[in-house]
Design a protein around this ligand. Structure first.
Ligand SMILES: [Zn+2]
Ligand SMILES: [Zn+2]
Length: 408
């Protein structure tokens, strides 16, 4: 079995998951799945995580970044390096339709992104590390609220979660890939996300006398269509970008010309050049709309999410840990960067880090992430636990080795 040969080479622990631990991890996932909580409301989830950490005799603190749970394990020596492992813990406002016997017990809320699995994986990793004993440093377990909301990570970073941390690692379950596969990539793997709103002001009037009014809806409609040419005609076709207007509001009744229209949208891009160019294009078109239709128009960008950028150094350790966990042929690339966003990016703006994906494909009956029928193969849970334990171990060993080299 080349898996264990890899695992034991260089004296690394193998972090095998036995049946009792496997059952423990799966039971955690199912418990959480049954009791999903929305961003910043994860109080029951947090208490449950603390209970499970207490079973492992790992002390933890609650209420970090509102509803987060943080725990430290490993050597008590505060001078030793610290590596962060992160799991997000929130659910989505989706009504579950999976028919799982452990389906959501809360109407309108569902773990439809696999964050229940991420928490179970991280607790499994904590068990593996704790069981092994002598950790070459310290491991900070970060159970993060509000990933879906988009600012849980930002809040934790501002609260100082990374102040003593040298690098952060995390994984996301992905049903586009088979169970056992782990994707590891260097560079951008999740897009920049830039939400914006556009307000268009015309002049109201009678529906039958357009010449006495300035129709905000006609101007806004034209803009919705025009901005798509930024993607089709101005962005390099070899680069990815998306412009979506997700909400269009304007007018009141059928016989009044609307004086105002409001558009809300999001822009996604995977490189700085495309991002800058598309932002400038949007601004240009909004300004031009004023002359075209005689309206007033303004665009406002809201704080978005930076891109997830895996550093070369962190990706190298993540890849080695993936080979420790699975077989070399199953350590793959995710291919192109996703146009989805991930607030893991906020950690990476502060320290080195790498986000990987754990394959967890089920039958075609299971829907995609964020859908009411989303589900994943629970066999991926132990793979996630093992990878998290391995990556923490490898990073700490390397940090210790480079510290002692510097000391020479
Ligand atoms: Zn999600
Ligand atoms: Zn997610």
């Amino acid at each position: 079995m080349n898996k264990s040969a890899c695992s034991h080479s260089g004296g690394l622990p193998s972090f095998e998951v036995d049946e009792a631990l496997r059952d423990w991890i799966v039971a955690i996932r199912r418990q959480l799945h049954q009791h999903p909580e929305l961003s910043f409301h994860e109080t029951r989830t947090a208490a449950f995580i603390q209970e499970k950490l207490a079973e492992l005799e790992i002390p933890s603190v609650n209420g970090f970044g509102r509803t987060g749970v943080i725990a430290l394990l490993g050597d008590a020596d505060r001078t030793l390096p610290v590596v962060g492992l992160r799991a997000d813990m929130d659910a989505l406002p989706v009504t579950e339709e999976t028919r799982l016997f452990f389906g959501s017990g809360t109407p309108g809320i569902m773990h439809a992104c696999g964050h229940d699995g991420h928490v179970a994986m991280l607790l499994g990793a904590a068990a593996l590390l704790q069981r092994h004993g002598k950790i070459p440093g310290r491991v900070k377990l970060i159970f993060q609220p509000a990933e879906e909301h988009g600012n849980g990570a930002d809040l934790l970073v501002k609260a100082g979660v990374l102040d003593d941390v040298g690098a952060v690692f995390a994984g996301h379950i992905d049903t586009h890939f088979q169970t056992g596969q782990i994707t590891v990539d260097e560079g951008i793997i999740c897009a920049f996300s830039d939400p914006f709103s556009i307000r268009i002001r015309g002049r109201g009037g009678h529906a039958a006398r357009p010449h006495e009014a300035t129709d905000a809806i006609v101007a806004a409609s034209s803009l919705v269509m025009s901005i798509q040419t930024l993607i089709s005609r101005e962005v390099d076709p070899n680069r990815a970008a998306v412009l979506t207007i997700g909400s269009f509001q304007g007018g009141t009744v059928n016989n009044v010309i609307a004086a105002e229209a409001l558009l809300n949208g999001t822009m996604r891009s995977t490189d700085e050049t495309t991002r800058d160019k598309t932002i400038r294009g949007l601004q240009r078109m909004v300004i031009a709309l004023q002359d075209m239709y005689g309206v007033q128009a303004e665009i406002a960008f809201e704080p978005g999410l930076p891109a997830v950028v895996n550093s070369r150094k962190a990706a190298k350790i993540a890849r080695a840990a993936a080979i420790d966990t699975t077989t070399v042929d199953k350590v793959i690339s995710q291919g192109q960067s996703s146009l989805g966003a991930e607030d893991f990016a906020f950690y990476q703006q502060r320290v080195d880090g790498c986000l990987v994906r754990f394959g967890g494909a089920l039958s075609a009956a299971a829907g995609p992430a964020h859908s009411s029928t989303f589900d994943f193969d629970e066999k991926c849970l132990e793979i996630g636990s093992r990878w998290l334990a391995h990556v923490a171990w490898r990073w700490l060993e390397q940090a210790q080795a480079s510290a002692s080299n510097k000391g020479k």
